[in-house]
Write a protein that binds this ligand. Structure first.
Ligand SMILES: Nc1ncnc2c1ncn2[C@@H]1O[C@H](COP(=O)(O)OP(=O)(O)OP(=O)(O)O)[C@@H](O)[C@H]1O
Length: 281
């Protein structure tokens, strides 16, 4: 299928037959019971099959908290998050999670780190090794299969973390600033890698970033959050990701539409910062 055909199929799928995978309803969260102010307040969000949703917002607005609720790592104080209509009560391999600092097991090889989840799920060893190698190949690290994490660069570790999440064929990939600690060039490479993986696997991605360009160049939908309380205040449908085919990404990045949307989003985030600061004074 060509990129144009894939784009049309993805747009049609979300428009005509929006299969909701993740549904967040009226979610509020306060970290301590005695604390009257909620970090998140009355969040409603639906993630559809095959979407790439990017979450932006000022620091401390609750992006990671929302992702952790969807991952099943913390329960909301009010409301609920559900996957396929079932309330999320804990972590599940159908929802892969990738954090900024990938917690790789230092005593295991790259291959064994990737196979770890499969081992926990009692997937037979030979099958697990084959799958681990397949995904290491996908992220371009097969030749480092026997290396230990300390022998890998930051970008390579993040690739291992992505392979480790993908090897379980999760339906949803939850990524919390996965490229935040990488240098600009590696980051650019990782964005391309992730875009290709998303196109190839068709999995649903929720991606937190502070980088508006990154969000616009990857997402099919960009959500902007406010702070104090954390709420989703704007949603932008985007399709720039389909235009970043590798030949001339600069043309898209500097196109009028891209620049205008970036300005609008940055403006919105800055206003949130100003509002939050003045509200503290
Ligand atoms: N375990 C915790 N206990 C108490 N407060 C917490 C906890 N985790 C986060 N918070 C607070 O909740 C708020 C939201 O934090 P969160 O990490 O979700 O924001 P964020 O938008 O992801 O921030 P950043 O962009 O800086 O990573 C912050 O005020 C933070 O201090």
């Amino acid at each position: 299928m060509s990129i144009a055909e894939k784009k049309a199929a993805e747009e049609k799928a979300t428009k005509d037959n929006p299969e909701v995978i993740i549904s967040v309803e009226n979610v509020s969260l306060a970290y301590s019971a005695g604390n009257s102010s909620n970090v998140l307040e009355d969040i409603g969000l639906k993630l559809h099959q095959g979407e790439f949703v990017c979450l932006l917002g000022p620091s401390g607005c609750g992006k990671s908290t929302l992702l952790k609720i969807i991952a099943g790592l913390i329960p909301p104080t009010k409301g609920n998050a559900a996957m396929d209509g079932e309330v999320i009560k804990g972590p599940d391999w159908h929802r892969g999670v990738v954090f900024q600092q990938p917690p790789l097991y230092s005593w295991l090889s790259t291959r064994e780190n990737v196979r770890f989840g499969l081992k926990m799920r009692k997937i037979p060893k030979q099958e697990g090794l084959k799958l681990a190698d397949e995904y290491l190949h996908k992220v371009g690290l097969l030749e480092y299969a026997a290396h230990k994490p300390y022998e890998l660069s930051g970008g390579m570790k993040q690739r291992v973390a992505i392979a480790r999440a993908l090897v379980n064929s999760p339906r949803v990939l939850l990524m919390d600033e996965p490229f935040g600690a990488l240098d600009a060039l590696t980051r650019e490479e990782m964005v391309m890698l992730l875009r290709n993986i998303w196109r190839e696997t068709g999995c649903t991605i929720l991606f937190i970033t502070h980088d508006v360009d990154e969000a616009l160049s990857l997402g099919t939908r960009v959500l902007v959050m406010s702070r104090n309380p954390g709420q989703i205040i704007r949603e932008f449908k985007t399709s720039f990701t389909w235009e970043f085919s590798g030949e001339n990404p600069s043309r898209t990045r500097y196109s009028q539409n891209f620049v205008e949307m970036r300005e609008k989003i940055l403006d919105l985030i800055h206003k949130q910062k100003l509002y939050s600061t003045s509200s503290l004074e």
